[in-house]
Write a protein that binds this ligand. Structure first.
Ligand code: NDP
Length: 399
């Protein structure tokens, strides 16, 4: 049992706070802090009404380690769950080191002025966390997060070596808006407008953005066009899953979404370099975020399902086989439980589970870790209990 500080009160922070509230055996004290106090207050009221738990709230600018340090000390946190934006990762890690608390996040650091996420900045903190006797757990959402754990589980249960992994991520839901992103628009658009990248035969191979497509038949949903993207878990899985020959990541987008995105790109609205507008410097992508729907608000009208999982080909005792491990999540069910859509839900539940395992001493270590480095079973069991049941099936198609 321990004390948790959650930083970030957006779509994901709402789910993390309510899920931590549903696990009193793991979290006896919860503080939720964010840049805008009013958003924390709204979640506090929801948590009290729905789960009869009182949580504390606070205002913090997490870009400033001194503010985070003060907050960690005042709420006496044992672990910080960072579900603010990737730009804050290093500042929050610094504050955790200075105050002697563990750290967990769901998205890897990227500098504000360069749309280039990768683990090198956070992996570089490993010796500092080790020397301090602390642990930092990176990428504990769904993807990255659960997808990494599905790979670790398959390696333990089905294979001596995994040779091919295809991570498939489908959102077949509809929210009724002509264009909206399911998590922070700025982070989401920076991610998908990058060049595609996958790993094969010991090398990274690049593709033009959204230029490689396949139709994947998602269970209960049906076939959907899926596009090859670079996604952050590829980097850690290449390092941690020995024997890999190829790993790729695919995500579904509707024609309508892609058309809007292309227009926005063509007119310069996805740029991250500032332009001068009426005497002010503005970043077009940040302005676009301000006019798009808040991802946390989409749940009210969302229906349909998501399916995210890993198709893996591997070898056991000389015999080759394929497994598909996946979760199906329903937007409306998530809304009924915690007033969130399924993308926030599938990210927030694993973050709360990861922190519970850290506080319970089930995930332990000193240094910086990706989630596939831990024993997968306790996490997989908790997914079933806390709203993200999974299926482990034989896969017969070709990819
Ligand atoms: P939102 O934009 O809805 O929420 C972000 C929250 O962080 C907001 O409350 C925002 O405050 C707060 N915040 C931003 N900057 C600061 C700051 N400097 N100090 C304190 N608080 C700050 O995003 P989401 O909830 O959709 O996503 C949260 C994180 O989850 C992102 O990093 C995203 O990349 C990650 N994610 C991971 C996934 C996975 O599967 N691994 C999937 C989806 C998301 P304010 O309200 O004032 O803007």
């Amino acid at each position: 049992m321990g004390r948790v500080l959650i930083i970030g009160a957006g779509g994901v922070g709402n789910v993390v706070a309510q899920k931590c509230a549903q696990m009193p055996e793991a979290f006896d004290h919860i503080t939720l802090a964010s840049r805008t106090l009013a958003k924390c207050e709204q979640i506090r009221k929801r948590t009290r009404n729905r789960w009869k738990r009182n949580i504390k709230t606070a205002q913090v600018d997490a870009d400033k380690p001194s503010e985070v340090k003060r907050l960690i000390r005042s709420c006496k946190a044992d672990v910080v769950i960072n579900v603010a934006l990737p730009y804050q990762d290093l500042a929050i890690m610094d504050a955790c080191l200075a105050t002697g608390v563990h750290y967990l996040d769901t998205a890897n650091y990227e500098p504000l002025n360069e749309a280039k996420f990768c683990y090198k900045w956070q992996w570089a903190y490993c010796s500092k966390f080790r020397k301090a006797g602390l642990m930092a757990v990176l990428g504990c959402g769904f993807d990255p997060g659960v997808t990494n754990i599905f790979c670790a589980y398959a390696l333990k249960k089905h294979f001596d070596e995994i040779h091919y992994v295809d991570i498939v991520d489908c959102n077949a839901g509809t929210h009724g808006h002509p264009f909206a992103t399911n998590f922070n628009p700025e982070i989401n658009i920076r991610e998908i407008t990058q060049r595609g990248k996958y790993w094969e035969d010991g090398k990274w191979k690049e593709t033009d953005p959204l230029s490689v497509r396949m139709d994947f038949d998602y269970p209960t949903i049906g076939p959907k066009p899926s596009y090859l993207l670079y996604h952050e878990e590829l980097e850690s899985l290449v390092k941690n899953i020995k024997g890999l020959k190829r790993i790729r990541f695919w995500m579904t987008f509707s024609e309508q979404y892609i058309t809007h995105l292309r227009v926005l790109e063509n007119v310069g609205m996805t740029r991250i370099t500032p332009v001068t507008f009426e005497g002010h410097k503005i970043v077009p992508l940040q302005f676009l975020k301000a006019v798009l729907p808040d991802p946390g608000s989409l749940g009210t009208t969302y229906s349909g399902k998501t399916c995210i999982g890993c198709v893996m080909t591997g070898v056991k005792d000389g015999r080759t086989s394929k497994r598909f491990i996946y979760n199906i999540c329903d937007h409306a069910e998530c809304f009924k439980e915690v007033e969130a859509q399924a993308i926030s839900y599938t990210t927030g539940v694993p973050a709360a589970i990861g922190a519970a395992l850290m506080l319970g001493g089930i995930w332990k270590g000193k240094g910086v870790f990706n989630v596939e480095e831990f024993g997968p079973e306790p996490f997989m069991q908790k997914l079933n209990i806390h709203g993200l049941p999974w299926l482990d099936t034989e896969y017969r198609d070709t990819l």
